[in-house]
Design a protein around this ligand. Structure first.
Ligand code: ATP
Ligand code: MG
Length: 163
């Protein structure tokens, strides 16, 4: 089934100048990039993105990581990939959540590490299932920023927004 997935190149990926390598690895999946942008991640965006982990002991460190405070690098790159089985294809290339357990040739296995604070510094985010992908894409992108009619939207005050 054709579907969309959200990829975030996290602050460690940007800081280590891995953007090109990561995009090359993801291009192996033969998916289409339908949206891409650099984002300065606010606390509000970070907390909404990771709201399912709010009760975890590492939540505050995770928010510091994704907002760039750990790496003194507040940019991330957000991308929407689209195509056949996009979610599982991208997850396979990304590798397991724990970079030490990830396949060494996956992005996380090759470039990730565990910080002394216990945070998994794992270079990229990739949506894990369809409902999560939709929620995340709508959180990170406005309809006009995706070159494809992915989900229903409406015009309000001259601007398009997700329905
Ligand atoms: P992501 O959502 O970033 O793609 P994921 O879906 O593989 O990762 P989640 O369970 O959604 O894993 O966790 C989100 C992020 O929280 C991870 O990418 C990692 O940075 C951090 N994290 C998850 N589990 C742990 C853990 N047990 N210890 C430390 N950090 C963790
Ligand atoms: Mg996740």
């Amino acid at each position: 089934m054709e579907e969309a997935t959200l990829v975030i190149i996290k602050p460690d990926g940007i800081k280590k100048s891995l953007t090109g390598n990561i995009l090359s690895r993801l291009s192996e999946a033969k998916l289409k990039i339908m949206g891409s942008k650099m984002v300065k991640v606010s606390n509000d965006l970070a907390e909404k993105h990771y709201e399912h982990l709010r009760d975890k002991p590492f939540f505050s460190e995770l928010i510091e990581y994704i907002t760039g405070k750990v790496h003194d690098e507040n940019r991330v790159m957000a991308l929407v990939y689209y195509g056949e089985d996009a979610i599982s294809k991208v997850r396979r290339i990304a590798g397991s959540t724990n970079p030490e357990e990830a396949d060494p040739i996956s992005i996380r296995g090759a470039y990730g590490r565990i910080l002394t604070t216990g945070i998994f510094e794992n270079v990229i985010h990739a949506s894990s299932e369809a409902a999560e992908a939709e929620r995340e894409i709508k959180l990170w992108f406005d309809p006009d920023e995706i070159v494809f009619d992915l989900y229903p939207c409406q015009i309000k005050d001259g601007r398009s927004e997700w329905k």
